[in-house]
Design a protein around this ligand. Structure first.
Ligand SMILES: NC(=O)c1ccc[n+]([C@@H]2O[C@H](COP(=O)([O-])OP(=O)(O)OC[C@H]3O[C@@H](n4cnc5c(N)ncnc54)[C@H](OP(=O)(O)O)[C@@H]3O)[C@@H](O)[C@H]2O)c1
Length: 344
């Protein structure tokens, strides 16, 4: 059995669940893939802990549950260093990058990913920021160094939007992509369709931890636009940034709008869309009236979905109900297995 040494940068909602899944699926990973993941380094905003012989997952999770930083894993912990410098000191076969999405400069994830790829370390990430800001650069760096950069969890968490598009539709011409790709806005619009105001629905989403205290990225459409940028780069093979997307959020939608849609047997969803025009695509994110029979109209609160219309693979619709970050962590684990078994 082959041991794969992992360094993980960022151990929040997704990272902690990834560790739980690595424990839960240890036997499956052995039996199906002849692989064992050994955690040789973990780092959060307080600093990092590393041990070439392997850190204890239970102890890491206990520290995080107790809200103590990972720098306290060892009594003689080093002082905090930027995660990029820290990662360079860990002898890992694979780097997992799970820091918060930052659409301004992509940091700290962008430097961590860039540095690992330059050192020929395969990278798996769920972090949209670095890809939205620097997809062509990072993809070229990965190619030049012949190492994978896998990021299937960056778009719609556990729903394999990117894998369907990039792998299963790899020979098709994609005529249109349409998706409900932001869970928070779908939740808010679904509750507004049941009679709540925007403010009530947003507050509820914040109370249950679905929406951030500052919901701007979600409700103004930037999270959905970021996912569309990654789809455009990874699936449609178009070097794309946020500037290429027309973006409108849901703040102006009122219960009256939803009632009017209902009277026409329609509903309103925040739709991310790529529409082929010749060799290019028009990219937009905007609140859209959909007939109630439309597959995306039927997605309830807590769901996301994607439709690909193609020339030779037909029309594919896939959806997910993701109530917690386990499916996202499972997508990260699947990417890790793909990296760990390449060429096997
Ligand atoms: N949650 C989801 O369902 C989901 C779905 C798809 C994609 N994603 C993406 O996955 C990534 C991780 O999400 P999450 O929900 O796990 O985020 P999170 O709960 O905010 O966790 C982020 C982690 O990064 C650490 N961190 C922050 N700044 C750092 C720094 N400068 N150096 C080192 N570590 C740093 C934090 O440290 P502390 O623990 O010390 O604060 C924390 O451990 C994000 O990019 C997110 O957009 C999340």
């Amino acid at each position: 059995m082959r041991q794969i040494h992992l360094a993980i940068v960022g151990l929040g909602n997704v990272g902690r669940r990834l560790l739980e899944l690595i424990e839960l699926k240890r036997e499956t990973l052995r039996a199906r893939y002849d692989r064992e993941f050994v955690i040789v380094g973990v780092c959060d905003s307080t600093g990092g802990a590393a041990d070439a012989a392997g850190l204890q997952i239970a102890k890491i999770l206990e520290l995080k549950r107790a809200k103590r930083g990972l720098a306290s894993y060892f009594p003689d912990a080093r002082a905090e260093t930027p995660p990029c410098d820290w990662a360079r000191t860990v002898a890992a076969d694979l780097l997992v990058e799970l820091t918060p999405t930052n659409l301004k400069d992509g940091e700290p994830g962008l430097s961590v990913i860039r540095d690992a790829l330059a050192r020929k370390i395969p990278v798996v990430t769920a972090n949209k920021g670095p890809l939205v800001l620097a997809y062509p650069e990072l993809a070229a760096l990965a190619r030049a160094n012949r190492v994978p950069l896998l990021h299937s969890a960056t778009v719609t968490g556990g729903l394999p939007t990117l894998n369907i598009g990039a792998r299963d539709l790899g020979v098709a011409t994609i005529e249109r992509v349409e998706g409900v790709v932001n869970g928070t806005t779908n939740y808010i619009l679904s509750r507004m369709a049941q009679g709540q105001t925007y403010t009530e629905a947003l507050k509820h989403a914040q109370d249950i931890g679905m929406a951030e205290a500052d919901p701007t990225l979600d409700v103004d459409g930037w999270d959905a636009a970021s996912k569309l940028v990654i789809i455009a780069n990874a699936v449609l093979h178009r070097p794309t940034t946020l500037k290429d997307v027309t973006v409108e959020g849901i703040r102006k939608i009122t219960p009256d709008d939803l009632r009017a849609a209902e009277e026409h047997r329609q509903t309103i969803k925040l739709i991310a869309r790529a529409e082929r025009v010749g060799r290019n695509y028009n990219l937009s994110v905007k609140p859209t009236w959909l007939d109630k029979t439309h597959p995306l109209a039927r997605l309830g609160a807590g769901m996301m979905g994607i439709i690909y219309e193609t020339d030779i693979n037909g029309t594919i619709f896939a959806s997910i109900e993701e109530e917690d970050p386990y499916p996202t962590a499972a997508a990260v684990l699947r990417d890790l297995v793909q990296c760990a078994t390449m060429g096997a």
